[in-house]
Design a protein. Sequence first.
Length: 395
Amino acid sequence: MRLSCKNSLRLSLIVIFAGVVFIATETYLYNRKNREYITAWQTDLSALQALESLQQLLWRAKKAEGNFLLSRKREYAEQAQSSLTEFQEKLSRWKDDETGNELLNSARQYEQLFATMVSNISRGRLTRGRQIALELSELGEKIQGTIATMSQRRRADLFSQMQASQRLTVKTARTIWVAALLVLIAILFYAIVSARKLARPVRQITDVLQKALDGDLDQRTGLKPRDGMGKIGQSLDKLLFQLKTFDQLKVEKITEEKEKLEAVLNLLSEGVIITDSEGKICLMNNPCLQFFGLSLDGVVEKPVSEIAAMDKRFKDLVTVTFTDRKKIIDREVEISVGMERPAQKTLLVNTALVRRPDGEILYLVVLFRVISKSKKEKMGLKEKIKQALGEKQRE
């Protein structure tokens, strides 16, 4: 069964939380057990140091004993007695098992025999003193053996604890690494799912915006306002709906105005042509269409220069208006009209440019009317009268 995005995120969080808790628990247990090992190490090291100190004291005592037997000087006996006293004091502070008590009893016995030996030798009982010296030597070897056994046991315990601590460290490190790897995988999975969850509404919003820019205002994101991206998507849907409504109203308004303009232009007897800034025809009234023998559907969105029914001299007037960016007033032009049976017509042409406030051209309006021969003769007579009156005034 395929998990949903929400359930996948929950499962990832559970795995991450469980992994972090597991790592923290393992770390705590490792630290506690490691502290126990460290305490045991310190105890064993202290015991080894104490045993080493006891060996040195016993060695000094035996050395002083040997010097006393050779020289019979009282100072050597005092040195040996001092070492034995310090040896017993250290043993009395020894916190060990029955072996420590046995060693303490042996040390006391050694001290008593040493005192007896010194007393006999001081009184001249050399034979008895030498016998006691042999007993002291045997007892000293026994004490040394006991100390060596205790040192060996402490070293074995210390080595065993070090191995156990090393095994625990390796095991804990391996466990923590595995748990950390699982947590890392869960974090990566959570990041990927979160990125996809975030990228999906962003992609939907981007696609809808791109289609809206291309003119398709019917698209919707369909996002619900559960989070920030959902609110943005819902706001975009409302905006597109308002733009769609406004666009429909705008189209209806433009269509209405265009129909009014066409109705007004069709009432005129003059021919009217309206083009955009590129010279493409936007509108022609009926007198113009009838004059050139055209249909509105066949000329809309086409440049004036591509209309075959129009004479080149008429097209040149449109081109000159765009080129010079100046209007033309009452320009007479003779053109040929008709494709099958051409007829010569004289037109009185006026052009005007509709501009934006910044001066950019929006539309070109061409208005023309046909001049008959009688009207042309009258206009020619009027021109001659005006010229004659002008010459008379100059005289």
